[in-house]
Design a protein around this ligand. Structure first.
Ligand SMILES: [Zn+2]
Length: 324
């Protein structure tokens, strides 16, 4: 049996079930939260997150992959407390989220590095995967990096190469935050491949933000998984276009190259909580089950294709290297 690490320990990949491949428990600016806690209530927020994940499980989702890494406020001890209150599997990540520079912590560490494999950042990512995170014993099961509209800045390139190198060393799969409007997934693909990445183990996150089928096919034809993972963020691409794009790609035989998710969070401090309902009323864990799956069925996407995107593709992604 192939196993994957979750917050509560390893589980068989065959038991992951319906898996949402890009959801956050918490997205926090931790330094700001510590200094300006406002109405933050730790116990209430942990209980609220567990309740939201339990509601998601009631809908039939058994696993979430949470790509919250450094830059997004990762705190595995807090996630452990949430996991203790929910039966859902939470798979956590290592990596670094930046659109431009690396944090100052890394600026001088590794400045003399000869390659990504000798970057101290790479060793930190590998330790999270092989030894566990911050003394908790909880192991990261995938890697996360980002390349936004700013493109391949020196900081972004350093992180992408470190992630590619950690992947090559461990076999842990990768999720990239991309910006399809600038086709940044193609750049990510080139850099990760140069570090020895198996592209069939790479989710090009936020690919669902575009309806550009040629761009998406280029990524999928190279082996990448397309993260159709921002359902509910209709201000970036409207619901109808998100759904039609998935249906069209499924019709062209790409169901085995897509995963579905919301990129939602139990709690995100980037916005006032009352703002979110205004700009993205459907951006919550129920949207896929209430609205997206029925709309995909209406457009001819079969049950077997839905199973492929929700169960089989995540299982394959977390089942270790495909290359000998
Ligand atoms: Zn995200």
């Amino acid at each position: 049996m192939v196993q994957v690490e979750t917050v509560r320990g390893p589980v068989d990949t065959g038991s992951l079930g319906t898996t949402l491949m890009h959801e956050h428990v918490f997205v926090l600016n931790e330094e700001i939260r510590l200094n300006y806690p406002g109405d933050w209530d730790e116990e209430a927020r942990v209980a609220d997150a567990a309740a939201k994940l339990n509601a998601l499980r009631q809908r039939g989702c058994e696993t979430i992959a949470d790509p919250t890494v450094i830059g997004l406020g990762r705190d595995i001890r807090r996630i452990q407390r949430v996991a203790a209150g929910t039966g859902i599997n939470i798979i956590v990540a290592t990596g670094l989220y930046t659109y431009d520079d690396v944090p100052f912590y890394f600026r001088y560490r590794g400045a003399q590095r000869q390659s990504a494999s000798s970057d101290p950042m790479t060793a930190m990512f590998i330790a999270d995967i092989t030894e566990g995170i911050s003394g908790t014993g909880v192991k990261a099961a995938f890697l996360k990096c980002a390349i936004e509209e700013q493109g391949l800045t020196p900081g972004v390139e350093r992180v992408l190469r470190a992630v590619g190198s950690a992947h090559a060393a461990t076999g842990a799969p990768i999720t990239v935050h991309t910006h399809p409007g600038s086709e940044s997934g193609l750049t990510a693909m080139r850099v990760l491949a140069a570090e020895g990445a198996d592209l069939t183990k790479v989710v090009m996150g936020h690919s669902g933000d575009t309806a550009d089928l040629d761009y998406l096919a280029r990524l999928a034809d190279a082996g990448c998984l397309l993260g159709m993972d921002r359902f509910g963020l209709d201000l970036i691409l409207p619901f109808e276009q998100r759904v039609s794009t998935v249906a069209e790609l499924a019709g062209r035989g790409y169901a085995d190259r897509m995963v579905l998710s919301h990129d939602a969070a139990c709690y995100i401090d980037w916005f006032r909580q009352d703002q979110i309902a205004g700009f993205a009323p459907s951006w919550h864990f129920g949207h896929l089950f209430d609205d997206v799956l029925p709309a995909l069925r209406e457009r001819g996407v079969s049950e077997s294709q839905l199973q492929t995107m929700l169960v089989a593709n995540p299982r394959r992604y977390f089942s270790g290297p495909t290359r000998a």
